[in-house]
Design a protein around this ligand. Structure first.
Ligand code: GDP
Ligand code: ZN
Length: 463
């Protein structure tokens, strides 16, 4: 990608805020040697070697002792010259080190990095494609082991290569169709011989397969949005604990989404479940809270599934009817009859005309397997050992759009009405071109600056 960017050298603390064994200040850009001289006392650090030295203040005293590592362009993360100063990981010493770098870098225009700016530069310098750059953020944000694994796979380029291979097949077919247009008298024969329709069919099948793998990965990334509804004491907290099982890890939500205390994320078999507990959104004290409540109800209406908990030992009450009335009609509801140890029901899953009912005991854990399986079914989760791509909504939309163009292409390819089909071939070629464009947008060829801005601004600073 050839784009202009503000190429002044940048610096940031690359490690997480807070205290740690080590902390890293990272610099990237051209002509870093004045900073190297000021901080490390030399302009001649050997690239890719760690040198232990004092990081110097303006008066020659040491801010800290640590390792300096220099990476010479293009052999660095960003593709520019990079200097990493690894010191002790305290917030104050890191700030002092960063401030000293900025001071010493005044003459070269060194400034603080924007969020994601290092990775943005890596993308612009062709060190990573866009899907890989997104995978960097996804790996950092991964909230489960499974999510981390597939992010790492995307980062290594498996997803990008799969897309790339598919694009090549589309390009090949396009060339064939366009060549045919240039030799009208042999049209039909030519396409028949080259099995153009067969090629298109295989491309569409492959795309469907990739979409399936990406959708699974998207689930790992975004998780399943679950609403928990029910009267006080019906066992909502107990059900959460039982669902989380031994993975009681409460994980942090995806950056960029704002969540408040009524939502928490647990994981079930590696899939994040984002739980909204409606019990937490009943009373509005003031205006601020009312706005929060409204927003939460907005989230409820976009949830994937609602778990309505009922007490099996008491049966439904008027209060339960009120709850049902408030729930959005468009979200599927599972009726969970809890406390069957008290009521004497057997664990069961019933699909009846008024919806799915599950009988279980959160306290004793009986019937929980039925709920887990049902949740996985709702999520469309497949228990395959196949690779998953940690895809984003953006990728799914692009794959879907490409699939639609290929479907159109298929129609034109089969528009055999006995007349000259020049026009159909023209349209076929155009649909193939559009499909190619959509696929390319995944890896970032032909991506608008606006989209890039949105993607990279979601990164943390220092990445
Ligand atoms: P919440 O207010 O809906 O979150 O309900 P809790 O999870 O806090 O549970 C309320 C009470 O019901 C607690 O005393 C739990 O121990 C009890 N409880 C929850 N689930 C069960 C169950 O399956 N069987 C029995 N016997 N008690 C349960
Ligand atoms: Zn509770």
């Amino acid at each position: 990608p050839l784009m202009n960017y503000d190429s002044s050298p940048i610096a940031a603390i690359a490690t997480a805020p807070g205290r740690g064994g080590i902390g890293v200040v990272r610099l990237s850009g051209k002509h870093l040697d004045p900073v190297m001289q000021a901080l490390c006392g030399t302009r001649e650090l050997k690239p890719r070697y760690a040198t232990y030295l004092p990081f110097l203040n303006a008066d020659g005293s040491a801010i800290d002792q640590g390792l300096a590592i220099y990476f010479k362009a293009p052999h660095s993360y960003t593709g520019e010259d990079v200097l990493e100063l690894q010191g002790h990981g305290g917030p104050v010493v890191m700030q002092m080190l960063l401030a000293r770098c900025i001071e010493a870098g005044q003459e070269i225009g060194l400034r603080l990095a924007q969020p994601g700016e290092f990775t943005h530069r890596a993308f612009l310098n062709d060190k990573l494609d866009l899907a890989q750059a997104e995978a960097v953020a996804d790996l950092i944000e991964a909230s489960t082991e499974a999510a981390a694994k597939s992010a790492s796979q995307s980062l290594s380029g498996v997803f990008s290569k799969t897309i790339h291979d598919l694009v090549e097949q589309v390009v090949h077919l396009r060339m064939l169709v366009e060549a045919t247009l240039d030799f009208p008298e042999e049209e039909i024969d030519f396409l028949e011989k080259s099995d153009a329709r067969g090629q298109l069919k295989r491309i569409r099948e492959k795309l469907a397969e990739i979409f399936g793998q990406a959708a699974q990965g998207a689930l790992l990334r975004e998780g399943l949005n679950v609403v928990l509804a029910g009267q006080p004491n019906v066992g909502k907290s107990s059900l959460l604990n039982a669902l989380a099982g031994s993975d009681v890890a409460i994980v942090t939500p995806i950056a960029g989404t704002t969540r408040d205390k009524v939502t928490e994320t647990i994981q079930m078999e590696g899939i994040p479940l984002n739980i909204i507990d409606t019990a937490g959104i009943r009373h509005a004290g003031d205006e601020v809270e009312r706005i929060g409540i409204e927003r939460t109800w907005g989230e409820v209406s976009k949830a994937d599934v609602i778990l309505h908990l009922l007490d099996a030992s008491r049966g439904p009450t008027r209060a339960d009817e009120d709850i049902v009335e408030r729930l959005p009609a468009n979200v599927p509801v599972l009726r969970i009859w809890n406390k069957i140890d008290l009521s004497g029901h057997k664990p069961a899953l019933d699909r009846s005309s008024d919806g799915t009912h599950i009988y279980l005991s959160a306290a004793e854990g009986t019937g929980m397997e039925l709920l887990r399986t049902e949740l996985l079914r709702v999520a469309g989760w497949q228990q395959t050992g196949e690779s998953r791509f940690l895809a984003r909504e953006r990728h799914l939309l692009a794959l879907k759009a490409a699939a639609n163009h290929l479907e159109m292409a298929d129609e034109f390819a089969n528009a055999d009405n006995g007349q000259t089909n020049d026009q159909a071939l023209d349209l076929l070629a155009e649909e193939l071109r559009l499909a190619q464009e959509r696929l390319n947008s995944i890896t970032g060829e032909f991506t608008s600056d606006d989209l890039l801005g949105v993607i990279f601004s979601r990164f943390c600073i220092g990445k």
